[in-house]
Design a protein around this ligand. Structure first.
Ligand SMILES: NC(=O)c1ccc[n+]([C@@H]2O[C@H](COP(=O)([O-])OP(=O)(O)OC[C@H]3O[C@@H](n4cnc5c(N)ncnc54)[C@H](O)[C@@H]3O)[C@@H](O)[C@H]2O)c1
Length: 267
């Protein structure tokens, strides 16, 4: 029988950014179930508090860390405080993200910059702040949240596509630099997941378009991403780094041309 202890996160401390709701909250719950003590960041204090109560209600350990991940000048102080208070910092999940939908003529620099700051620059800044305590303690795990938009595109979300492609570049760059310090850096690439970020598309043609382009023929729940996060955070993934693991129901391995092919015709 396989030794599953390599998947345990017992004794580890994990920080999840934007962990107050949605995908981040699911990551926090799963890491706690696997044994980690959670620090749940969000810039909404009530959301972070509620998330901690939810983790504690299932028997996990969690404390809130209320700050904005784009408050770049104060990130090191926040992260150092967490590492000092909890004695260590083993796992960082860079999950906080926003999406602004607008055609190019309505998407000016303030909005473009806000998306790049939150979804890309903060991934670098929080990783940089966490790398110091991780190096000092002899290792760590950084897990970035990418997207199908890390390797593909669609109209109306230019800044999001640019940021998520950047997350893939950051993942590879950080992995190259931090590998010698026993810090792995990987990204998860979710497909379409029903959260507050996209609940408004329910009942629109877009909801069905996602289903049509996904081999698994459905949207996913946030919980379906969590096994991958626990794996990447664990000793079981000790030699996995610089990777983007797609959890997208096959969407990015699928060609949209397949639908129109005559599968019965011989070539
Ligand atoms: N929902 C999807 O279909 C989907 C698909 C692919 C990738 N993702 C990515 O997953 C991550 C989570 O998305 P979600 O759908 O759960 O979104 P969500 O909007 O439900 O949750 C995002 C959380 O991040 C917090 N947050 C936002 N900006 C912050 C900041 N500057 N500082 C601190 N906290 C901040 C919010 O308060 C919120 O709690 C994002 O990176 C997103 O791009 C989502």
């Amino acid at each position: 029988m396989a030794d599953l202890s390599a998947f345990s996160l017992e004794g580890r401390v994990a920080l999840v950014t934007g962990g107050g709701r949605g995908i981040g909250l699911s990551f926090a719950k799963a890491l706690a179930k696997a044994g980690a003590a959670l620090v749940i960041n969000d810039f909404r204090a009530d959301t972070a508090d509620e998330a901690c109560h939810a983790v504690e209600a299932m028997g996990g350990k969690a404390r809130p860390a209320v700050f904005d991940v784009t408050d770049f000048d104060r990130l090191e102080a926040h992260v150092d405080g967490i590492a000092r208070d909890l004695g260590r910092l083993d796992i960082l999940v860079n999950n906080a993200g926003i999406l602004i939908r607008a055609p190019i003529e309505d998407h000016g620099m303030p909005d473009f910059t806000r998306v790049i700051d939150t979804n890309l620059n903060a991934v670098y800044a929080v990783s940089r702040a966490c790398a110091r305590p991780m190096k000092a303690q002899g290792g760590g795990r950084i897990i970035n949240v990418g997207s199908v938009m890390s390797i593909s595109s669609r109209p109306g979300i230019i800044s999001y596509v640019a940021a998520k492609h950047g997350v893939l570049g950051l993942t590879r760059g950080l992995a190259a630099e931090l590998g010698p310090y026993n810090i792995t850096v990987n990204a998860i690439g979710p497909g379409y997941i029903l959260t507050e970020m996209n609940r408004h598309v329910l009942g629109t043609p877009f909801e069905q378009a996602v289903i049509d382009r996904t081999p698994m023929a459905r949207w996913a729940s946030p919980e379906e991403l969590t096994g991958t996060a626990v794996f990447l955070a664990s000793d079981a993934a000790g030699f996995v780094t610089g990777q983007l693991l797609m959890v997208d129901g096959g969407m990015t391995s699928n060609s949209i041309l397949v639908e129109s092919e005559n599968l019965g015709a011989s070539s």
